[in-house]
Write a protein that binds this ligand. Structure first.
Ligand code: UT7
Length: 322
């Protein structure tokens, strides 16, 4: 038996900022941002990660035809929880009354949804759970420095979700990896040390903002994504040409085009929404998947690849039958 996505949902906040809006206080332009990244606008939340996760989850449950009571596992990929505790997944549980669910957040940044889906697959196929709610939800707008044109133009807020059950068809193969030794190419510091054993002069004042070696991450992405996709396809016994859609993490249009060229995938098979969303980290893949699902662009039984990469560094690919 395999883990299979039964339904999807997503949520984008109403508020948004266009490139021209950003150019009012940053030394940047719509042309620069569109040409270098493919992004035109990004949505920004006024509430936070939990509320977006709940809205995406409600939509996914309705789409799957599954009730709250049936969910016995909630996994949320996020790097921007509203609280350190309770977890986003526990707060989603409380909001939606999923009393029988085990809840945990998965911290793998932009690979968060991929890693959460892989965890759901392990729980479901081992019999530890029967029906999982897997969410990616991010409020990146609170961890970017809005005066740093090198990072803030890239990110946006949003959430996506999938209800995952057990079926004969579903996940065929998974490839995942992490490289902590390169983690400082994309850090976002936590709360600085502050305790009675420290001298006041030692107390940190660093803000929790995303910093990034953009070119290093670009090179990492265009090298690693084709590798992980090839490994997962080989493990599944599936050829590139047999896959109908490749749902890649939406970080930069140029990255997606380069990866597609490397894998010899026609761009029609590479869905993109980065123009409207920016990079929403763990939310990006389920958001995109839900948009394509709701448009009726996915046919049950066809083969899909989901692939993400990002901070950690981390990466992963899942080959599945839809
Ligand atoms: O989920 C994973 C997260 N991160 C990523 O995927 C990021 C991967 N990297 C990238 O997408 C690209 O490296 C960026 C879009 C971040 C940057 O594009 P780039 O083509 O690598 O630009 P660059 O960093 O080499 O900068 C070129 C120039 C610099 O000016 P100088 O030194 O040549 O005078 C930058 O200061 O562009 C400047 N620049 C900007 N100019 C206008 C950087 N950001 C901006 C901006 N507007 N927003």
């Amino acid at each position: 038996m395999r883990a299979r996505i039964l339904g999807t949902g997503s949520y984008l906040p109403e508020g948004y900022l266009t490139n021209d809006d950003l150019a009012q206080w940053l030394d940047t332009s719509d042309t620069w941002i569109r040409e270098r990244t493919g992004i035109r606008e990004r949505h920004i939340t006024k509430t936070g990660t939990v509320e977006m996760a709940v809205k995406a989850a409600e939509a996914a449950l309705a789409n799957a035809g599954v009730t709250s009571e049936e969910i016995d596992l909630i996994l949320v990929g996020t790097m921007t929880p509203d609280y350190f505790c309770p977890s986003v997944s526990c707060q989603v549980q409380a909001e939606l009354g999923m009393e029988h669910a085990v809840c945990m957040d998965i911290g793998a940044a932009c690979s968060g949804f991929l890693f959460a889906l892989a965890t759901a697959q392990a729980y479901l196929t081992s019999g530890m759970a029967r029906t999982a709610l897997v969410i990616g939800s991010e409020t990146l707008s609170k961890v970017v420095d809005w005066s740093d044109r090198g990072t803030c133009v890239l990110f946006g807020d949003g959430a996506g979700a999938a209800v995952v059950g057990i079926d004969e068809k579903g996940v065929l193969a998974i490839d995942m990896g992490s490289k902590g030794s390169k983690g400082m190419a994309l850090p976002c510091p936590g709360i600085p040390l502050q305790n009675p054993l420290q001298d006041a002069s030692e107390e940190g004042s660093q803000k929790s903002y995303i910093q990034m070696d953009g070119q290093e991450i670009f090179k990492f992405a265009i090298r690693t994504v084709p590798e992980t996709v090839r490994r997962s396809l080989q493990a599944a016994g599936v050829c590139v040409g047999d896959v109908s859609h490749f749902f890649f993490h939406q970080a930069n249009r140029r990255i997606l085009e380069t990866v597609a060229k490397n894998l010899r995938i026609p761009l029609e098979k590479v869905p993109m929404n980065i123009e409207r969303t920016g990079n929403t980290a763990a939310a990006s893949i389920p958001l995109l998947l839900d948009e394509w699902n709701r448009k009726g662009s996915l046919v049950r039984g066809e083969k899909l690849v989901l692939s993400g990469f990002g901070a950690g560094l981390s990466w992963g690919s899942i080959v599945m039958e839809w």
